[in-house]
Ligand binder design. Sequence first.
Ligand code: GDP
Length: 299
Amino acid sequence: KDRLFGGLKKTSSKLTDNITGLVTKAKLDTEDLDEIEDALIASDLGPAMAAQIREKIAAGRFEKGIDAEGIRQIVEDEIAAVLAPVAEPLDIDAFPRPQVILVIGVNGSGKTTTIAKLAHLFLEQDYGVMLAAGDTFRAAAIGQLKVWADRIGVPIVTGPEGGDAAGVVFDAVKRATAEGIDVLIVDTAGRLQNKRELMDELAKIRRVLGRLNPEAPHDVVLVLDATTGQNALSQIEIFKEVANVTGLVMTKLDGSARGGILVAAAKQFGLPIHAIGVGETIDDLRPFNAQDLARAISG
Ligand code: GDP
């Protein structure tokens, strides 16, 4: 918890510094409300969320006036209300097994690390886990995933660099099925530079999966780097076009001043948020808890 609160400190202080300086008065005027709204927007909460919170504060009846803590509480409540419906851990419940989780996202977003963290989490829950190195585009990606797999102690299916990603996925599903694996986590190439190619590749993986198991992929998880701010939002938009995104994991919330982007994403897209990344080690994946996050972001 400390890591999350510590990490989001930068986001929240950006917000509270602005608010604290502002309110010790009994009644807020338009100028005060403008300032609050600006502070909310500066915290990456997004204009829609900022306007909603402003309305809420403006509409409030405060017998003895409202102070910074009162405002902070409203901000927390409003954020929690937006986050609560999207807080949804990944469920391993697919039968017949394996459940196939496709992981997508641009390079550098923390995709590989998140796959390792998820694998570790499922192992701890006593599921049989296997990885598939479906990012055949980068040799480094295959190597890196293999290092994680060995470290955690899960089997991994790889193919040659530059090879056919769908082929790797095909082999992986067959092997996972034969070995009674519960969860197969599939890495994919994150080449947003060439949307057409990426779309074709994902479509091909889907076709291959569908041939082996009509329900697969059961989950398509988009990994986003919170520190990229607004960029993360446009990535959701683009990936929604190229893949049927079913949920999100947001990484690097430790030490990011842009934690508000999580709220903006929830507000704008309403996609389930499965977990958050708060560091580089295997244990640094947190379940997405709406109230905790709302508290951490609001200060
Ligand atoms: P990929 O290219 O999307 O597979 O990204 P990686 O998993 O290789 O991660 C890119 C960098 O971000 C690495 O240095 C990771 O250690 C780091 N990283 C990933 N997730 C987190 C996180 O939640 N917090 C922090 N601080 N770093 C992270």
